[in-house]
Design a protein around this ligand. Structure first.
Ligand SMILES: *[C@@H]1O[C@H](CO)[C@@H](O)[C@H](O)[C@H]1NC(C)=O
Ligand SMILES: *[C@@H]1O[C@H](CO)[C@@H](O)[C@H](O)[C@H]1NC(C)=O
Ligand SMILES: *[C@@H]1O[C@H](CO)[C@@H](O)[C@H](O)[C@H]1NC(C)=O
Ligand SMILES: *[C@@H]1O[C@H](CO)[C@@H](O)[C@H](O)[C@H]1NC(C)=O
Ligand SMILES: *[C@@H]1O[C@H](CO)[C@@H](O)[C@H](O)[C@H]1NC(C)=O
Ligand SMILES: *[C@@H]1O[C@H](CO)[C@@H](O)[C@H](O)[C@H]1NC(C)=O
Ligand SMILES: CC(=O)N[C@H]1CO[C@H](CO)[C@@H](O)[C@@H]1O
Length: 455
């Protein structure tokens, strides 16, 4: 358990930096009124610590090889510890050389984590430890509905308490509506949205590679080598049009290790937060589209909290992607990121259901709200339009994370599906994040409890 008490003075420089980084009019095509708002706080806590009790759950027995991601392949389905691709009971894929380019590319030209918050990276060492004694205990079903609100006050220099999650405290806010900037893009480099707090992936892999393994078809008794396919970040696959971020996996690309895909990253390393995005997904077959949190330190760690859909199987299953819905997956925190095909992960609720949550409506014809509430403890709930979905109570992230949006293919027929033949366009209207950083976990002295805004 970590308890960092920061004085207001120690926070002021941070505030200055943050405020300096808020949005300003973008020269060129985009006219802007930015909404990147950062508040910083110091509030005396009344010390009534609600101890965080770890919900204990047996570790997953699913040490199976599969395609990593959100980056990832579906977690193993059912009680079996052997990876059986969904719907392909007669076919088993085994990963190939684990030092293959799939993993090598994971560290090549990795963007440098830009926030100083990422520098330490290992302040939290236990997935069951809380960084703030006042943090609530959250477990599956304890908060089945959730609404993220705008602050109840104008001035939120003392941070925010999230009423839907037992008033968990967050010092910072980031809101960005793509309608706040005019039409912009297609982009040409990683910094084209930097002034608004975003980083565009250029050249680093987007999502997960497919395995360079061998594929055994029991029906015919044949083994075929499967080459590595993956996407690399391509700024020209993103643009802002009519108030929406448009993320396009360009159709008809030749399957290869350097396909071009869009990825946009919130350029701040956070350590806990509530992250909401309003997204309209595309059901064009052949892509994985994700809103997820990724760890920030290249070559170390492996934790991610993912929300993903598979174009082609969002509403209705097909032969290779037999389960429709919204995938919620956690990845092991401290495994070797250079071995992406071996990383442990869990999808759905704990050990009971390693499945996505079916959509109650069609998320490809309207914008819907997706929330990842990354909180200390064993379990970080996710919400779809305010309703909790199935998520793992295992592998909660413990290292600093960045919120990320992407759309990609690895040509893997059991995951993204074969690369799309027509353009696949994922759209994002706005995001709203409240978060902590590694340095700011607790209410610093100098703020009164009543100064904290409610959201
Ligand atoms: C977010 O990132 C920007 C750009 O790196 C930085 O100026 C700002 O201080 C960060 N904000 C916080 C709260 O870390
Ligand atoms: C995955 O988890 C199992 C069970 O905890 C463990 O034995 C195995 O070493 C893990 N795999 C990796 C690559 O760490
Ligand atoms: C992580 O913690 C260990 C031990 O506390 C320390 O030696 C190491 O330098 C830390 N790593 C980073 C990146 O701060
Ligand atoms: C910005 O997005 C938020 C949701 O995140 C929404 O409530 C608000 O109305 C949007 N503002 C504009 C001007 O579109
Ligand atoms: C997550 O971010 C780290 C650090 O930048 C990077 O090394 C890794 O490749 C990313 N993971 C994925 C799946 O993109
Ligand atoms: C992702 O790309 C595919 C292929 O171009 C497209 O059909 C889909 O709409 C995109 N998804 C999003 C959410 O933009
Ligand atoms: C690194 C590696 O093993 N790459 C191989 C992946 O599979 C293709 C197709 O068999 C080979 O051409 C690559 O050499």
């Amino acid at each position: 358990m970590r308890s960092t008490t920061l004085s207001l003075l120690s926070i002021l420089p941070l505030m200055g930096r943050a405020l300096a980084g808020t949005c300003q009019a973008k020269s060129g095509s985009a006219s802007a009124t930015g909404t990147g708002v950062i508040g910083v706080a110091a509030v005396a806590t009344d010390g009534g610590a609600s101890a965080v009790s770890a919900t204990t759950e047996a570790p997953s027995a699913s040490a199976s090889a599969s395609v990593p991601g959100p980056a990832d392949a579906p977690a193993p389905i059912g009680p079996d510890t052997t990876y059986v691709p969904p719907g392909e009971q007669s076919t088993v894929i085994t990963s190939g050389d684990s030092s293959a380019p799939a993993s090598a590319s994971a560290s090549a030209s990795a963007p440098v984590a830009s926030s100083s918050a990422a520098a330490g990276g290992n302040t939290t060492s236990s997935s069951s430890g809380s960084s703030n004694p006042d943090d609530p205990t959250i477990s599956y079903g304890s908060h089945p509905t959730f609404e993220l609100k705008q602050p109840d006050k104008e001035e939120c220099g003392c941070g925010y308490k999230v009423s839907g999650l037992d008033d968990i405290w967050m010092p910072f806010k980031f809101q960005f509506n793509f309608s706040d900037i005019g039409d912009a893009g297609p982009f040409s480099g990683p910094d084209d949205l930097k002034e608004y707090g975003w980083r565009i992936n250029q050249g680093h892999h987007v999502g997960g590679p497919s395995s360079n393994g061998s594929e055994y078809d029991a029906a015919t008794g044949t083994t075929t080598e499967v080459p590595i396919y993956q996407c690399l970040g391509d700024p020209s696959s993103l643009s802002v049009q009519g108030g929406e971020l448009v993320m396009t996996v360009k159709g008809g690309q030749t399957p290869s290790g350097s396909m071009q895909c869009p990825e946009l990253i919130h350029d701040n390393a956070t350590l806990y937060g509530v992250f909401q995005a309003d997204i309209q997904f595309s059901d064009v077959p052949g892509t994985c589209q994700a809103f997820w949190l990724n760890h920030t330190i290249a070559d170390k760690y492996s934790d991610e909290l993912d929300l993903e859909v598979l174009g082609g199987a969002i509403n209705s299953p097909n032969e290779n992607q037999p389960i429709a819905g919204l995938w919620s997956t956690n990845w092991a925190t401290d495994e070797d990121p250079s071995q992406p095909l071996l990383l442990n992960h869990t999808t759905g609720l704990g050990e009971q259901k390693k499945e996505p949550t079916p959509f109650p409506n069609d998320p490809t014809t309207s914008f819907n709200s997706y929330v990842i509430a990354w909180v200390p403890g064993e379990y970080s709930p996710r919400y779809y339009n305010g309703q909790e979905i199935m998520s793992p109570s295992q592998y909660n992230a413990i290292h600093p994370q960045e919120a990320t949006l992407n759309n990609w293919s690895n040509n893997n027929k059991w995951w993204s599906g074969e690369v799309p033949q027509t353009d696949s366009v994922m759209k994002v209207r706005s995001v709203l994040f409240y978060y902590r950083t590694e340095e700011v976990q607790t209410l610093p002295a100098g703020c009164k409890a009543e100064d904290v805004c409610t959201v």
